[in-house]
Design a protein around this ligand. Sequence first.
Ligand code: FES
Length: 102
Amino acid sequence: MTKFLVDKIENFSEGQMKNVTLGGKEILVAKIEGHFYAISNICSHAGAELHEGTLEANELTCPWHGAKWDVKTGDLIWFPQKLNNQDIYTVLVEDQNVYIEI
Ligand code: FES
């Protein structure tokens, strides 16, 4: 496991999504109710960048075909066909900074 710095806590607003490329992976980091979550930013359906979608509470909606994902668990919430769940990553908050372990 390697720990990567994402950003300072103060640079996230509530409900905000940021896309970052760390350790060769494209990752979406979201702040929900003061907690941080990290999920693969590339939709497992056809490759859309999920940070261009919408986030309501923990429900992340893909901008291309509307798949809904749980940003906390990576689980598929809704789509007409079965899709692989999204990878999620461990988020660490230390010294006012947000890190991801990959
Ligand atoms: S690319 Fe995300 S639902 Fe199709």
